[in-house]
Design a protein around this ligand. Structure first.
Ligand code: PMT
Length: 221
């Protein structure tokens, strides 16, 4: 028995990494598998929400009943969210979009030059998607962020709540075994706007998705 307690709610979930091309055969990306975001999309859909999953390159199967949009770059993720954001009740940013992209795309494969041992590539900033929508959100819209940290978990995550205007943030220390990228489990602390911190034990990403969806539902009420 599933309680369909999110009927009529429109939820955008982002998941996975982005890829930023260097030349026709190379790109920069990160270790996100998409598992965390897909688990949230699946749970929201199971509970009756109208779910749009916007994901970078992953191998995962799209959950039943979910509207799916594939993107490659951070800029594309922003533009795709923009198509749905005005009508959405919630935006969940579980994706790991690249903060930087190569300044120049080389349309020819970069060659290995004899006698040159060092290759330098310049990067420029990508837009911060969560901050972009955080600045535009209406009072009845909710934005949930994630923070992937290797140090000063609480401090860094708390700063992101403010700079991105989030309703709450799910912070994972990605150096811990069983937490963060690629694995089926996660270990997180949920931090709220008022500074309250809730530390959760290790659990399956599917289990954590239920907790996150419960929090969202409570705030929407
Ligand atoms: O995909 P998995 O393998 O299951 O791994 C899960 C996860 C580790 C990717 C996930 O739990 C997680 O932490 N996602 C956020 C990763 C991230 O980009 O963290 P960040 O601290 O760099 O960014 C903070 C927030 O801003 C995130 O909500 C992120 O989506 C968002 N962001 C970041 C950069 C950017 N240019 N635009 C953004 O909106």
């Amino acid at each position: 028995f599933t309680e369909k307690d999110l009927i009529g709610k429109k939820i955008i979930v982002t998941a996975g990494p982005t890829q930023e091309a260097i030349d026709p055969v190379r790109y920069i990306t990160n270790r996100s598998s998409g598992k965390m975001g897909y688990a949230i999309a699946k749970e929201a859909s199971r509970r009756g929400a109208d779910v749009i999953l916007i994901a970078g390159p992953t191998d995962l199967e799209v959950p039943d009943g979910v509207k799916f949009e594939r993107i490659i770059t951070t800029q594309e993720m922003l533009e795709k969210i923009n198509l749905y954001f005005d009508d959405a009740d919630v935006l969940v940013k579980a994706a790991a979009p690249s903060d930087y992209k190569p300044t120049h795309f080389s349309d020819k494969k970069i060659k290995k030059e004899t006698g040159i041992d060092k290759l330098e590539i310049d990067f420029e900033k990508n837009p911060d998607i969560a901050a972009y929508f955080g600045a535009r959100k209406k009072n009845n819209q909710l934005i949930v962020g994630f923070a992937a940290e290797t140090d000063d978990l609480y401090e860094n995550a708390t700063k992101k709540i403010q700079s991105k205007n989030l309703d709450f943030i799910v912070a994972n220390d990605v150096t811990m075994e069983g937490a963060g990228f690629e694995v089926d489990t996660n270990i997180v602390s949920i931090i709220y706007k008022d500074g309250t911190i809730e530390n959760l034990p290790i659990m399956e990403k599917s289990e954590l998705a239920k907790i996150i969806i419960d929090k969202i539902k409570n705030i929407l009420e």
